[in-house]
Design a protein around this ligand. Structure first.
Ligand SMILES: Nc1ncnc2c1ncn2[C@@H]1O[C@H](COP(=O)(O)OP(=O)(O)OP(=O)(O)O)[C@@H](O)[C@H]1O
Ligand SMILES: [Mg+2]
Length: 216
């Protein structure tokens, strides 16, 4: 699918662009009855393609559809989800993974019905180690008990943790920036996801001015 969004305001309450509501519906529609998808990694080929935007709107679309939804900022090197959700201080993912708090402490409610958030927390020196640790895997299975859907804003696939997290989730959404990613890169990323045995749920052709152009 393609997505364009002229809004840049840092507000979690802004309307969900139609394309992201359609992305959620597409994902549900394409899944067979036996597919149980509860964790979705949002990834991209490089920085700045729109992973955070896509993760945020996709999580909002799931929450709006009545699913208990958790949004996780796992881009520990360059976190940004916290800036869209104001609220009291709460520890984040890096603090949980470095055993400074429990998982419950890291989960913060948002003002959006059905939507909770785990912020990234302070940037650690060892992001890859933390995100590829058994604690992260354990957290994912714990969160699956609590939520219908967990949407994870990951690092791009160039980072090892971006790859490992995409592989550990039930599926992934790939965000590619329209006009900036070559056909060869898109193909290479697609092959890489295949080698990692990632279930690709959809590709967002982001920042596309022609909303008619469809990709997945
Ligand atoms: N569909 C869109 N239309 C217009 N601008 C967009 C769109 N998606 C994202 N942007 C803008 O592009 C910039 C990068 O988006 P975003 O932060 O979501 O990307 P990212 O992949 O998470 O970046 P990073 O790699 O730095 O984490 C932001 O200023 C955002 O507002
Ligand atoms: Mg981001």
């Amino acid at each position: 699918m393609s997505a364009s969004n002229s809004r840049t305001a840092r507000s979690a309450g802004d309307p969900i662009p139609e394309q992201f509501r359609h992305l959620r519906i597409n994902i549900e529609f394409l899944l067979s009855k036996n597919d149980r998808i509860q964790t979705i990694a949002v990834t991209s080929s490089k920085r700045g393609e729109g992973r955070t935007t896509a993760a945020r709107y996709l999580a909002m679309a799931y929450a709006q559809s009545g699913k208990r939804t958790l949004l996780v900022d796992a881009d520990l090197r360059s976190p940004s989800l916290h800036s869209f959700f104001s609220g009291a201080y709460s520890p984040g993912l890096s603090e949980y993974l470095s055993k400074q708090c429990g998982s419950r402490d890291a989960i913060a409610a948002t003002r959006i019905d059905n939507l909770d958030l785990i912020k990234a927390g302070p940037t650690p020196p060892n992001s890859s180690e933390l995100l590829t640790s058994p604690e992260m895997e354990q957290l994912l299975s714990e969160l699956k008990q609590k939520y219908d859907m967990v949407i994870i804003d990951c690092s791009p696939l160039g980072y090892i943790d971006g790859k490992v997290l995409a592989a550990k989730c039930d599926g992934a959404v790939l965000v590619l920036e329209y006009g900036k990613v070559s056909r060869d890169t898109a193909q290479r990323v697609n092959e890489e996801l295949g080698q990692l045995q990632v279930k690709l749920l959809g590709t967002v052709l982001n920042k596309c001015k022609d909303a008619r152009a469809l990709m997945a």
